[in-house]
Design a protein around this ligand. Sequence first.
Ligand SMILES: [Zn+2]
Ligand SMILES: [Zn+2]
Length: 247
Amino acid sequence: MAMLMQSLSIPEILLLQWGMNLMRYTVFAGGAWLVFWKWFYPKWKARRISPVDPTRSQIRREILASGLSMTIFVIPAGVTLYTARFGISKIYFRADQYGWTWYWLSYVALFIWHDTFFYWTHRLMHWGPIFRRVHRVHHLSKDPTPFTAFSFHPVEALMESLAVVSFTFILPVHMGATALFALFSLAFNVYGHLGIRVFRHDRGITKYLNSPESHGSHHARFLGNYSLYTNFWDHVMGTHLPPVPPK
Ligand SMILES: [Zn+2]
Ligand SMILES: [Zn+2]
């Protein structure tokens, strides 16, 4: 694996990244759509967060914007993978290089880094001039669907991809850990945009994790609940809001 990654050309790296992005979006966003909004819709219907039906044109717009985002994601990811062979980025390919303890610790560090990076860049995105030019594209989906997950303006797509990529220039991280993290991150992202309450976030650790209701509330009100995985920064900064009552 290490040898293979070191020998890939730039177009091959970009194509590999793009294929992986497309695959994970299709599996998670498409899978969630089929499971919750098609195959088992009668079971979940009563738990919808908004009574407004997603239109075909909304879903088409979200998929097209997500396709463009996934194309943009490959550029910083490609820089990370390519520059690793010159020791510039700290991404590595052999787990025994830093050991399995660091492999999993780096995953936790990545989680904390991304949770923080997302909160603050998301708040920046809500600053008037940037919101109107950039973040508005994501908020065109007032009632999000699983396909909203990557529905960004190209500038926001670039910013999003810098979250994980920037980490690889600070601390060593195994390529497998970044790939695993990317899967987890998209799964959580799709969950936040699901538009359906799967379970209550009112006990144990679930109280500190974001939910389709909390992020759905952000889409409905355009303010508050800016965080991604945990609501830590929203609580610290006083931006945590209870979900909006059903319309
Ligand atoms: Zn969103
Ligand atoms: Zn927002």
